[in-house]
Design a protein around this ligand. Structure first.
Ligand code: FAD
Length: 482
């Protein structure tokens, strides 16, 4: 007999009159021992400290999310090893009406994998098989680590076109469900661009889970939906020929010079680049690993450049007043981490290691010609906001994602800073809110139409969508039209 959970009335004590221990989340009335037994041999974690560890991601970058999410935990972790076991977990969760949060490596930044309603955490990392390596694609199970995928591909002379700087921990399913772009975006654009995600196999959360395959553009309804509308079991992704990338550090006397050199490099297709980053000298000074690698007071341009273009690249840098101070095989030279570990959200992490009082923002700059924009903002912000840009193709156009290090004083000031950026024509993706809508990359409600179809009991990470609360009473067809 299913033991359905139920909502507590206001003020009602948990488990009143029951010998059952309080749940780890403090939000659940489920008999978790019975649930575990009913799973019939699927590996689980019940130890509260391990369950709590797997309830977290990197939300703590944000003091606001840290305040709101640090006390949110799941109740039980399951680690399915096969699609069969995964389907069994999802069927039981549907039968018992248990909230479900899917988890990969737990490296998301916005509390994406935090079980705010408590319940079941499905850790996908045991489902990690490489299923097929084709001439220009790879099919893998969702829990495979991205670095493993790239290592297998390199044996075939291929690599992923785009991957995050967290590749050693993050899973490929978590990246497609939670990420957007990264290393490679300078030439290959964003994950959602046509041809990057070829197909996704996705499970529904029902008593008899269905397995659906989303092909091509259809997969974008599941991509970056934070696991609220289905569970990705395997993925087919485009691959590209592997290049011999060299990590490069160059330095400049001032930040605008580094920034506009990067913008010019990014605009020249003859340069084969995998990564192109600029970092303010004041951030460089806070990163211990860079000590001795970048002269004091110099602003940094770092890149991954095709080896055969290194000489040409150096000439370009020098002609613009820069100096190449290091070019090396990042992955084999132990003196410095790869430049990817000073890129995207890793730059912020390097600073946070030294100073936990800072935080960050995520801003898109589309006008790369405007020298005044960078100069004005730097004067306006002084030492409070220190710039760091990642260059990428967004809808085919070169843009710079500013992930500045911000000295945090208050929530109100953080939002004032965002308003100043907005007033300068920049687009904000708010990393201090834990709903999908704050990121602003879902242009329509297709993902919610699929949630209605694949998650009829509203169990999958539901609190993460504000819009879902408004549309969940509608039919999938009506939601899809909105
Ligand atoms: P998790 O954090 O475990 O999960 C992310 C989301 O996906 C959650 O909502 C989860 O419920 C869902 N999910 C996980 N697996 C599945 C599945 N099989 N089916 C359905 N839903 C699922 N992001 C970028 O886009 N680019 C970057 O360059 C980048 N760099 C980063 C650097 C640092 C230092 C950090 C901390 C984060 C960075 N991120 C970046 C964010 C994050 O690393 C990526 O999104 C990452 O790929 C997430 O993978 P994960 O396995 O850790 O996913």
């Amino acid at each position: 007999m299913p033991k359905a959970s139920r909502k507590l009335e206001a003020g009602e004590p948990l488990f009143a009159g029951s010998p059952r221990p309080a749940s780890i989340s403090g939000k659940s009335t489920v008999d978790w021992t019975g649930f575990r037994e009913a799973l019939g041999g699927v590996e689980t974690l019940t130890d509260p400290s391990r369950v709590k560890k797997r309830s977290r991601d990197f939300f703590w970058y944000s003091p606001i999310l840290n305040r709101e999410l640090a006390g949110c935990f799941g109740d039980l972790v399951v680690l399915p090893k096969s699609e069969d076991e995964l389907a069994r977990c999802l069927a039981l969760a549907a039968d018992w009406r248990v909230p479900v949060t899917i988890r990969g490596g737990g490296t998301g930044n916005y509390g994406q994998a935090v079980p705010v309603d408590g319940g079941l955490i499905v850790d996908m990392t045991r489902m990690n098989a490489i299923l097929e390596v084709g001439p220009d694609f790879i099919r893998v199970q969702a829990g495979a680590r991205i670095a493993t995928v790239n290592r297998v591909l390199s044996e075939h002379g291929r690599e992923l076109p785009i991957y995050p700087s967290t590749e050693e921990i993050a899973t490929i399913g978590g990246f497609i469900a939670g990420g957007s772009g990264g290393i490679g975006s300078i030439r290959e654009g964003m994950l959602r661009d046509q041809g990057n995600i070829l197909a996704l196999s996705v499970y529904s959360v029902e008593k008899a889970p269905r397995r659906l395959i989303f092909v091509g553009e259809e997969a974008n309804a599941i991509h970056h939906a934070w696991g609220i509308n289905g569970v990705i079991a395997d993925l087919t992704l485009r691959t590209v020929p592997k290049r011999d990338w060299v990590d490069v550090l160059a330095n400049f006397p001032d930040y605008p010079q580094a920034f506009f050199t990067a913008a010019a490099l990014g605009a020249l297709p003859r340069f084969d680049l995998k990564l192109l980053t600029t970092i303010d000298s004041r951030i460089v000074a806070m990163i211990r690993h860079l000590e001795g690698h970048v002269p004091a007071g110099r602003d940094l341009l770092s890149a991954m450049v095709a080896r055969e273009q290194l000489a040409d690249f150096e000439v370009f840098i020098m002609a613009r007043g820069g100096k190449l101070n290091s070019a090396r095989d990042g992955r084999t030279d132990g003196s410095l981490p790869p430049v990817s570990e000073f890129s995207f959200n890793h730059t912020t992490l390097q600073v946070l290691k030294a100073d936990r009082s800072v935080t960050y923002l995520q801003i898109t700059l589309s006008d790369l010609e405007s020298a005044a924009l960078i100069a004005d903002l730097r004067v306006t912000f002084g030492d409070e906001v220190l710039m760091h840009h990642e260059f990428a193709l967004l809808e085919g156009r070169l843009v710079a994602f500013d992930l500045p290090v911000v000295r945090f004083t208050s929530e109100a000031r953080l939002y004032e800073i965002m308003d100043i950026y907005r007033a300068h024509g920049c687009l904000i993706s708010d990393p201090h809110r834990w709903t999908i809508e704050s990121g602003g990359i879902k242009p329509d409600y297709r993902h919610l139409a699929w949630k209605k179809r694949l998650d009829p009991h509203d169990l999958l990470n539901s609190a993460k969508s504000r819009s879902w609360q408004e549309v969940k009473h509608l039919s999938p067809e009506d939601i899809g039209q909105l």
